[in-house]
Design a protein around this ligand. Structure first.
Ligand code: ATP
Length: 362
């Protein structure tokens, strides 16, 4: 990274004797959108608060925008934080709320007015909202006003702590689009904590997966999704099948044996095996549900799975099947159709391309 806007090195955080963060090293590029994901309690909010200056770090160093942050209070940092529970000023109008940071900075009124209008436009809020009060807005609109206020002074870094978790699915989708739009039009770097993995995949340039206070993997969404570092990341990001397998090195490639899969030539390329899987180790083969397809009678594939339909869920654009095979349950997503290709109790044969397999540590 040429000159990262955020450079965290070896950060530890203790609450009393409890170690909430262990040796966190992380760089965020100028203008990057980074998503922080991980199970509840893994330390996402703690890390965000350390970046914002609301918590001290116990060890390590933090440089933001080229400056050591150790002695810099939250109010003087080049960061803004947007919380899950936003706090708009109830007795100020939308215009006064959005313009507040510039008002505090004693900017001239014409400059504040112009900046407020620009934010309004970027967040796709109507001009007629300017004189309304927060209670006269919907939850989604209030959230947009809060985002507009956090961005109006164009901070180099915006820290978002699950700003959409309280919204319903449809509102969330539209606000996600606004957020992406906003990110594209301002030079700000975003660090976004979310529980919603689809949201992380959709919005972020890179995803940082955390577990128990440590970074488990940091990479582009496709890397995290198709090349997870281990079974934890594979299972955490999206639905997945993890099948126990034996993987052994064979020249430049790897041979595998798995009770569930029937493959004519069970060989994987070296880049289909996670670095942690040493030859001969107990491994798991990751198969994403959408990589499986339903084979017609007589149709073949590199690998097949024979089983019986346990259940299916019609999800509109796709149908999810749960299939009993060799003592386990396989999840398969196929494109939605108006005629159901198989129903409960039907015997089925699934097909898979060898190139779609990926082996992780069991
Ligand atoms: P969630 O997804 O549920 O919001 P998180 O990943 O953001 O979780 P944190 O809020 O960072 O997790 O908390 C990390 C750990 O530190 C948790 O075990 C939490 O109980 C603990 N913790 C957080 N704040 C404090 C505090 N002020 N004092 C003591 N322990 C704390």
């Amino acid at each position: 990274m040429v000159s990262p806007i955020i450079k965290a090195t070896g950060i530890d955080k203790y609450y009393g004797t409890y170690r909430a963060l262990t040796d966190i090293s992380l760089e965020v590029a100028n203008g990057e959108f980074l998503a922080l994901v991980g199970p509840s309690g893994c330390g996402k909010t703690t890390l965000l608060k350390i970046l914002a200056g609301f918590e001290d770090l116990s060890a390590g160093s933090l440089v933001i925008d080229g400056e050591d942050m150790t002695e810099i209070p939250a109010s003087a940092r080049p960061t803004r934080m947007v919380f899950q529970k936003l706090a708009l000023f109830p007795h100020k109008t939308v215009a006064q709320n959005i313009g507040f940071p510039l008002h505090l900075a004693k900017r001239p009124k014409p400059e504040i007015d112009a900046a407020v209008r620009r934010m309004l436009e970027l967040m796709h809020l109507k001009e007629s909202y300017l004189n309304r009060y927060p209670h006269e807005l919907s939850g989604g609109e209030q959230q947009r006003v809060a985002l507009a206020r956090s961005m109006v002074s164009q901070p180099p870094v915006l820290l978002l702590d699950e700003p959409m978790s309280a919204l319903d699915a449809k509102l969330k989708k539209s606000l996600q689009a606004e957020l992406k739009h906003l990110h594209r039009h301002v030079g700000t770097s975003f660090v976004h904590v979310t529980h919603d993995l689809e949201e992380a995949m959709m919005l972020a340039d890179r995803i940082c997966v955390m577990r128990a206070g440590k970074i488990v993997q940091l990479g582009e969404p496709s890397e995290i999704y198709y090349r997870p570092a281990n079974a934890f990341v594979a299972g955490f990001i999206g639905d997945t099948n993890l099948l126990p397998a034996k993987v052994t090195r064979e020249g430049d490639a790897f041979r595998f044996a798995c009770d569930v899969l029937d493959c004519a030539n069970p060989i994987m390329a070296a880049d289909q095996v996670a670095p942690g899987v040493a030859g001969g180790a107990e491994a798991a083969l990751m198969i994403r549900p959408e990589m499986l397809r339903l084979l017609a009678p007589g149709e073949s594939a590199d690998c097949t799975i024979t089983g019986t339909v346990n259940e299916y869920f019609i999800r509109g654009a796709s149908i999810q099947y749960r299939i009993a095979a060799a003592g386990t349950e396989i999840v398969m997503d196929i494109p939605g159709t108006s005629t159901l290709p198989a129903k409960q109790g039907d015997p089925v044969k699934l097909g898979l391309a060898l190139g779609d397999l990926f082996a992780v540590e069991a």
